[in-house]
Unconditional design. Structure first.
Length: 192
């Protein structure tokens, strides 16, 4: 059964989520060095997506969309920034556009209420125009990069295959010297 079109006067739900690779990792981008990496997808992703969408919508209860600021660290350069700054450029563009369309849909619903209740107000001075539906989605997430364990926080991240330098924990900023261990691992695979 198709969900009702917005503007039909009834509630409906839509799922907006960031794509995950086959292992459940979500792509991130450092706001400073712009290198890409991945973190394990958690329910936190949904809250970050909600906060980004809500930032595009004018509403009176903005405190419900506020998110506590948590600092994260770039695995490559160590740059520190709050959670919402780690979206990729593509993710930001998609979520901001979806938020704009959501704002238009809500405004349409508010104005269409008058049209649906014409018996109470038979002389409206405006005609609500249904906004166009956003058809764009984010591309599927490829299963790329290599998984690295972060022993400090008992987490894992994915970094670029070509990265040989130290890796910082995305969650606490602890530096892990992985270059020698990676070279040993690669040599053993080549020699065997």
């Amino acid at each position: 059964m198709q969900p009702p079109l917005f503007g039909a006067g009834g509630p409906w739900a839509e799922s907006v989520a960031l794509p995950r690779d086959v292992l459940g990792y979500v792509r991130r981008e450092c706001p400073e060095c712009h290198r890409l990496f991945k973190v394990k997808g958690t329910p936190l992703e949904g809250m970050l997506v909600f906060a980004r969408l809500a930032s595009q919508v004018t509403h009176a209860n903005r405190e419900e969309a506020d998110w506590p600021e948590v600092v994260r660290f770039c695995p490559y350069c160590g740059f520190a920034a709050t959670d919402e700054r780690w979206f990729t450029a593509e993710q930001r563009a998609f979520l901001d556009k979806r938020g704009e369309v959501l704002e238009q849909e809500l405004r349409f619903e508010q104005l269409a209420h008058v049209e649906r209740t014409l018996s109470v107000n038979p002389g409206p001075t405006f005609l609500p125009v249904r906004p166009e539906r956003l058809a764009a989605t984010l591309a599927a997430e490829p299963n790329d990069m290599r998984v690295l364990p972060l022993f400090c926080c008992h987490e894992e991240i994915k970094v670029s295959e070509g990265w040989l330098g130290a890796v910082r924990c995305f969650f606490c900023g602890t530096e892990h010297e992985l270059g020698a261990a990676l070279l040993r691992d690669r040599l053993s695979r080549i020699l065997s």
